[in-house]
Design a protein around this ligand. Structure first.
Ligand SMILES: Cc1ncc(COP(=O)(O)O)c(C=O)c1O
Length: 387
């Protein structure tokens, strides 16, 4: 039985992308690879809306992107403001501490976002050299309003460099690097881009690169953008061996996404999120986030449902969802609906969830108003999904 991988990354990889991945490995200096790499870099710019940005495709996971985005733009003891909407926002605090920069944090209660006026007040009161925004925090499923935060920063503190973690957003949610005035953005291959884990894609603005050039002693070697830039500008050059087959896969997936249409791809994510949530709400599941992202849903368990039993029963039926992180552990589960996943696959997942709940003898209570006996409400669940 083929598993339906509905964790928030890695996400299912299409046959076409798997085939691209399994093509012959050729020399990274071979003209054929150089051409594919150059094409892929152009597509990465389009993906981020970064015509003016400098693109990078590097072997590594999303965390490398987080680290590169800070090491390349911050000196020792410079000021970093972290806007945290959960576990992945908090990771920037740890990276900042490891780099010996001064970290201030604005942290929202679980499922909420930091209000813009709080960010505005904070950057009025103190100068920050950089700010990090996690576009979608995968721990709570919360979507940040990057455009509004960037706008506020440009008005109040134009010299602050803006770093956006797009790992769980890029491809599933619109991002406009140039128009929103972002300085560094990055994503991983394994989420909405629907490629196996292993690549990080980034874009740096001119002023982020100028900042890197002003740093005398950068605290990274592999992650130094000045070592990578010559390669990205001319992939005949060598700094460190590129992940040749992964680049084939990324190129193929981006081709598929652009043939489908980037705007249509965003819409697909929005539509699927709505369908899943409609069906799950009939079953009594509420979202953790007040501003839920289109790429994943973090559903709270209603009373009495055991996380480990629910997920292992679902796993037994071929559907894999993820446990929640940090303070939500055991109280919620995370379901990805991004990348190549289809409406039919999600409908299968919803059916399996209904079966699992029935098997557990769960009678789901909707809004404490009315008892929903799953046997009877089955029709409602599917009607809700199908809209
Ligand atoms: C928003 C976000 N940022 C960063 C990361 C870290 O990425 P990786 O696990 O690929 O290192 C993740 C991983 O899920 C993430 O969801």
């Amino acid at each position: 039985m083929k598993q339906l991988l509905l964790i928030p990354g890695p996400t299912p990889v299409s046959e076409g992308v798997l085939q691209a991945l399994s093509q012959d490995t050729i020399a990274h200096t071979d003209e054929r690879f150089v051409r594919i790499m150059s094409e892929t870099l152009l597509k990465v710019k389009t993906l981020f809306g970064a015509d003016k940005g400098h693109p990078f495709v590097i072997a590594g996971s999303g965390t490398l992107g987080m680290e590169m985005s800070l090491t390349n733009i911050l000196n020792d003891k410079e000021n970093l403001l972290v806007i945290s909407h959960g576990y992945f926002g908090d990771r920037f605090i740890e990276i900042g501490n490891a780099l010996n920069v001064n970290v201030d944090v604005l942290k929202a209660p679980t499922g909420e976002t930091v209000p813009i006026d709080v960010i505005e007040r904070t950057v009025k009161d103190k100068h920050f050299d950089a700010i990090t925004i996690t576009h979608v925090d995968t721990s709570t499923g919360t979507l940040s309003d990057v455009e509004a935060i960037a706008k506020a920063l440009h008005n109040i503190s134009p010299s602050t460099l803006i770093v956006v973690d797009g790992v769980c957003a890029t491809g599933g949610v619109k991002e406009q690097f140039d128009d929103w005035g972002i300085d560094v953005i990055f994503t991983g291959s394994q989420k909405a881009i629907a490629v196996p884990p292993g690549l990080v894609m980034l874009a740096f603005s001119e002023r982020a690169i100028a900042k890197r050039k002003s740093i005398e002693k950068v605290r990274t070697y592999y992650g130094d953008i000045l070592r990578w830039m010559p390669v990205m500008e001319d992939p005949h050059r060598y700094f460190a061996t590129p992940a040749v087959n992964m680049v084939y896969a990324l190129n193929k997936s981006l081709n598929d996404i652009f043939s489908f249409g980037l705007e249509s791809y965003f819409e697909k994510h929005t539509t699927l999120a709505k369908k899943v949530r409609n069906a799950m709400s009939v079953m009594g599941f509420e979202l953790v986030s007040k501003t839920p992202a289109p790429t994943l849903s973090v559903f709270k368990y209603s009373q009495g449902i055991s996380d480990s039993e629910f997920r292992s029963r679902l796993y037994g039926k071929g559907v894999v969802v993820a446990g929640a992180l940090a303070e939500l552990q055991g109280k919620a589960f995370r379901m990805g609906h991004m990348g190549s996943v289809t409406e039919d696959e999600l409908l299968v997942a919803v059916k399996k969830i209904v079966e699992v709940l029935k098997g557990m003898g769960v009678v789901v209570n909707k809004s404490n108003e009315k008892e929903y006996e799953l046997q009877r409400s089955k029709g409602d669940v599917f009607e809700a999904f199908l809209g």
